[in-house]
Design a protein around this ligand. Structure first.
Ligand SMILES: [Zn+2]
Length: 265
């Protein structure tokens, strides 16, 4: 009798253990959303480090799949055009998303490192997403390269307004970090992955690996002191969290990431 009771208890325990759902993991996909070819990268350092050097820059989008929703970080290049010494080439995100069975409607949240054309190009197709925006970045957006038309849906979009760092899913796994300097409220994204650890998508804190090693500040950044302070914060986080830093525009960093449809988790 007693043995039977224990057996029943054991069976119940075994069943409850096996029916506990596996811990849902966060996935990070890198999607090719275009290229920016710069004939003379000189303006990307105020020391002259890049003067006369041509650069092929990646313009990726990043998809973060979290048990509570999907976030797209940055929206790549919007069209093929040559403007202000930049040759922009689009790689449309919709067919890429289709490769993993998604449409733009499946993207719950859209957020940008900042509002430059190579980060907002395809934003307007995300009409069902909640746009996470720092109003300071929005009000200081320039329009000399057609930026406003690329985010013309924003006034009608569902919005989540943020003013500082923001924990997207409220569990510390996906955090937007305020890192001003490149623009007035430039941001990066820190993602905590179960197997890969912390990954820091640095936005345009740095444009190339050399920008990091040489601490280079672009000539067109809005604030040099803020830029340097933001770089210090990034390096502090990288050190503390042992984070993998991704320089979004660096084609070497881009190519080092799992090729879509593969992902980091
Ligand atoms: Zn950029």
């Amino acid at each position: 009798m007693r043995l039977g009771k224990y057996l029943t208890l054991f069976t119940c325990l075994a069943i409850s253990i096996t029916t506990i759902p596996a811990l849902a993991t966060v996935k990070l996909y890198t999607i090719d959303c275009g290229r920016v070819y710069v004939k003379d990268f000189g303006d990307f350092s105020n020391t002259g480090f890049f003067d006369g050097k041509p650069v092929e820059a990646a313009a990726p989008c990043f998809l973060i799949e979290h048990p509570k929703g999907r976030l797209l970080w940055d929206a790549g290049v919007g069209k093929n055009e040559t403007i202000a010494g930049l040759k922009l080439v689009i790689n449309p995100v919709t067919p890429e998303l289709r490769k993993i069975g998604l449409t733009p409607k499946d993207i719950d949240f859209l957020a940008f490192s900042h509002l430059h054309i190579d980060h907002i190009g395809q934003a307007n197709i995300f009409t069902d997403s909640t746009w996470i925006m720092n109003p300071d970045e929005w009000s200081n957006m320039k329009d000399n390269l057609g930026e406003k038309s690329l985010v013309s849906y924003y006034p009608k979009a569902q919005k989540k307004l943020i003013h500082r760092d923001f924990d997207v899913f409220d569990d510390g796994s996906v955090k937007i970090l305020l890192l001003p300097g490149h623009t007035s409220s430039h941001q990066a994204l820190m993602v905590k992955l179960e197997n890969s650890g912390y990954v820091l998508l640095a936005g345009d804190t740095y444009h190339q690996r050399e920008s990091r090693t040489e601490k280079l500040v672009p000539r067109f950044n809005v604030d040099r002191a803020d830029t340097l302070a933001s770089m210090d914060r990034v390096e502090g986080l990288v050190k503390l969290k042992k984070a993998k830093l991704i320089i979004q525009h660096d084609i070497r960093d881009f190519k080092s990431l799992p090729k879509f449809r593969e992902y980091m988790d």
